[in-house]
Design a protein around this ligand. Structure first.
Ligand SMILES: C[S@@+](CC[C@H](N)C(=O)[O-])C[C@H]1O[C@@H](n2cnc3c(N)ncnc32)[C@H](O)[C@@H]1O
Length: 231
């Protein structure tokens, strides 16, 4: 468990560090990360001139984040990841492809989420969030009612939230909570919809491991709609 760096009642679970960074990676993290680090008080700072802004939470090895940023040069990206090695991989990819449309936050999504203005984000990805498959650890799961409420607040109407998982109990957990919110329409019309990867999906290391170990990827798309009025 890493130390709690978010609000007092939230904990950041999981690993924050893996194998030591190479000298090149460490140099990028020290010298270049500060230039593209997210301004936590104003998370959209520096991204104002992009056509739209997307958010990816827990990007892991950054395969998807880098791929989408290259694919959409006129879109700004916010990538969040508490695992230092993931940040280092993102920095290597950003440097290699000279990407200028990514801002990174090395830490927990809750450290800045509430500073994102209402209906300012054009797309949210939460791809294979840490599964915490044991029932006694379910409470560590990132997808909870408060996160879903924030997703609804920051997403533009009609825009998409993508959630992928290979863990049946997490899928049940997330679907129940996202649909209960009432502000997201699940776009699936048949099983093929959640069995088929997203358009242009590059896959990730996590997904490759899941497939090797015999688990099945599921890809969910929810459209942000107006939430029902509360009584
Ligand atoms: C199972 S991995 C999946 C990584 C990547 N999305 C992929 O598909 O390969 C889950 C990621 O979520 C990150 N994560 C965990 N808690 C987080 C939090 N509170 N905010 C942002 N990311 C978080 C983890 O560090 C980890 O890299």
């Amino acid at each position: 468990m890493t130390k709690d760096i978010s609000r007092p009642y939230r904990r950041l679970w999981g690993r924050a560090k893996g194998k030591p960074l190479s000298r090149y990676q460490a140099g990028l993290v020290t010298d270049k990360l500060p230039n593209i680090a997210l301004d936590m008080k104003n998370p959209l700072a520096g991204l104002e001139h992009y056509k739209s802004v997307r958010l990816e939470i827990g990007f892991g090895g950054a395969e998807h984040l880098l791929h989408r940023a290259l694919e959409n040069p006129d879109t700004g990206f916010i990538g969040v990841e508490p695992f230092l090695n993931g940040i280092a991989k993102a920095m290597v990819g950003i440097e290699k492809s000279s990407l200028t449309n990514i801002r990174l936050h090395h830490g927990d999504v809750w450290q800045f989420l509430e500073k994102i203005p209402d209906t300012s984000i054009a797309h949210i990805d939460i791809l294979y969030p840490d599964p915490w498959p044991k029932p006694r650890h379910y409470k560590r799961r990132l997808i909870k009612q408060d996160l879903i409420t924030e997703f609804h607040r920051i997403l533009k109407p009609g825009k998409e939230l993508h959630f992928a998982s290979d863990i049946p109990s997490y899928i049940d957990w997330a679907l129940a909570r996202i649909l209960k919110h009432g502000g997201f329409a699940w776009s699936a019309e048949s099983a093929a919809d959640w069995q088929t990867p997203y358009n242009g999906w590059p896959s990730t290391r996590y997904e490759a491991k899941a497939l090797r170990e015999g688990r099945t990827p599921h890809y969910f798309t929810f459209i942000r709609q107006d939430a029902p009025a509360t009584l």
